[in-house]
Design a protein around this ligand. Structure first.
Ligand code: GAR
Length: 216
């Protein structure tokens, strides 16, 4: 079976959606390991509960130079641990660290991320808050291949949700998350089934180009 490593930093609800899909033979492969940069990430418990190896790579171990060299050292260790598991796909599921060029290049075409906005809107952090502040009426989530450009890699799937008049950050985040839990397992399955590829001109599904951005 195809092998998946999932990187998390927190709650791991997207990880749970992927584990549930695997449990129902709907993922197209096996989650071999879950790696977190935070020791208290609840997602680690979700992994262990599902019988999946759960590992922590603590950035505090790599605070030597206090500059980008620390990131390179950390990412080198991450690569070492990931490669030990020989994954076909690396999935970022709420992994809240910026990855180095070396990392992104190493997993080019087999590194997916989910971001809580309709990219290219609201790259970076606090996406729900910013959507509310700007009075957006449509919001959502995007799955994309990861490239060097932060939250700027080729988009595979987007799911849109309405912003309701009485939304606050948490109600909006919750609505978006329900969609994340649908589109991420779906996308991972496409990839593991060999249907989704990152071609030179962008992502293809069954050999057909995917629109640059889904539902906008
Ligand atoms: C999700 O909303 C995910 O899209 C977002 O973090 C949340 C993680 O939730 N990711 C990012 O913001 C990446 N920059 P989860 O831990 O419950 O899956």
């Amino acid at each position: 079976p195809r092998r998946v490593v999932v990187l998390i930093s927190g709650s791991g609800s997207n990880l749970q959606a992927l584990l549930d899909a695997q449990e129902h033979d709907e993922l197209g492969g096996d989650i071999i390991a879950v790696i977190s940069n935070k020791a208290d990430a609840y997602g680690l418990e979700r992994a262990r509960e599902a019988g999946v190896i759960a590992e922590v790579v603590d950035p505090a171990r790599f605070r030597h130079f206090h500059d980008e060299r620390d990131r390179d050292l950390y990412d080198a260790e991450l690569i070492r641990i990931i490669d030990h598991h020989q994954p076909d796909l690396v999935v970022l599921a709420g992994f809240m660290r910026i990855l180095s060029k070396a990392f992104v290049l190493r997993y080019h075409g087999r590194l997916l991320n989910i971001h809580p906005s309709l990219l290219p809107e609201y790259r970076g952090l606090h996406t729900h808050q910013r959507a509310l502040e700007e009075g957006a009426t449509l919001h959502g989530a995007s799955v994309h291949f990861v490239t060097e450009e932060l939250d700027g890699g080729p988009i595979v799937v987007q799911a849109a949700v309405p912003v309701e008049a009485d939304d606050d950050e948490s109600t909006l985040a919750e609505r978006v998350l329900t969609r994340e839990h649908l589109i991420y397992p779906m996308t991972v399955r496409w990839f593991l089934d060999g249907r989704l590829q990152l071609a030179d001109k962008g992502p293809t599904l069954d050999g057909h180009p995917l629109p640059a951005s889904g539902l906008r």
